[in-house]
Ligand binder design. Sequence first.
Ligand SMILES: CC(C)(COP(=O)(O)OP(=O)(O)OC[C@H]1O[C@@H](n2cnc3c(N)ncnc32)[C@H](O)[C@@H]1O)C(O)C(=O)NCCC(=O)NCCS
Ligand SMILES: Nc1ncnc2c1ncn2[C@@H]1O[C@H](COP(=O)(O)OP(=O)(O)OP(=O)(O)O)[C@@H](O)[C@H]1O
Length: 285
Amino acid sequence: MTTSRLETLATALANGLRAELYLTPKPGLVDLRDNGAHPDLNLLLMCRSIRLVDGYLQELAGALLRNAGPDELIAIGRQAEHTMIKQLGSNTHRGGIFLCGLILVAADQANPDDPQALQQSVIQIAAAFFAKREEQSSNGEQVRRQHPAAGIVTEALAGLPNLFDTILPILNDPRTLEEPRRVYLALARLMQKVQDSTSLHRCGEQGLTLLRQAGARLEECILGGHDPTHLLTQTNREFRRHNLTMGGVADLLGVGLGYAGYLLSNLTYHQGYEEISPERKKAGI
Ligand SMILES: CC(C)(COP(=O)(O)OP(=O)(O)OC[C@H]1O[C@@H](n2cnc3c(N)ncnc32)[C@H](O)[C@@H]1O)C(O)C(=O)NCCC(=O)NCCS
Ligand SMILES: Nc1ncnc2c1ncn2[C@@H]1O[C@H](COP(=O)(O)OP(=O)(O)OP(=O)(O)O)[C@@H](O)[C@H]1O
């Protein structure tokens, strides 16, 4: 059985969420060391949540492959959210479920190997989705009343600029910095740019200010060639003290890592990327 491009993308996106979760240390977020500023979450719960998201994305890819209509796709997304709350008792990956689903549906309408075409498709799919969606009572909705530009809705309607424009160029160029510094630079940029409704909900404007300042310090550390571990550990303590988190930053990083992984494993995308022949691999050259 051959795996379709959509199924490959679905797997890559779930792997991106895993990579985000395992990135340690991270301020305010669940990682391998602690649960950040999330008393209701832990590593095991987040791992179970990603398995659930993975299953959901495969189901969505299957539905797209048999040309299911928009109502069925939306019902599959809502069911995934519902299952997450029912099985895990918390909002573990609501943002992740939505963003990964949006990218997968957009990838069915455009060439996913072309980021620009995919972004245009995201804009169209998001516009159609939010034109139909009824208001719901969520933390994000509450924040949007005071900060209309904050949160996942604006980010999606604008074509996920913080994914395609802010971090993809960094994640996609393995020559710039070695791992995990490249990922931390992407994190630092997101912390400075994202209008994260989870930070606003927890700490108001001060939350975003703290996020930006911490992002700028992290970027300076990385670009200065220093080890960021100590700084990140300190920043995590600071975020925990303020009950500050950055779920939107985490979601965008996870989805960005997933999509960058998909592109990097697709050799046709990288002009000038030379496939290593088995002979050369064996000879170690
Ligand atoms: C749009 C959704 C995610 C609700 O958003 P809302 O902001 O109202 O809810 P909530 O406060 O729970 O926030 C959602 C998530 O957004 C993330 N987030 C916050 N800020 C940002 C940001 N600026 N950018 C990206 N993500 C962000 C947070 O981590 C959080 O998990 C939603 O639940 C929904 O409508 N789901 C339907 C599922 C579906 O149909 N999927 C199929 C889509 S094709
Ligand atoms: N490693 C991570 N740790 C914590 N949250 C993450 C992580 N990765 C992604 N997220 C995102 O962060 C969101 C959780 O944010 P948050 O806990 O603020 O939401 P909430 O449960 O709706 O609000 P609150 O906890 O303030 O009541 C999840 O929906 C998820 O998408």
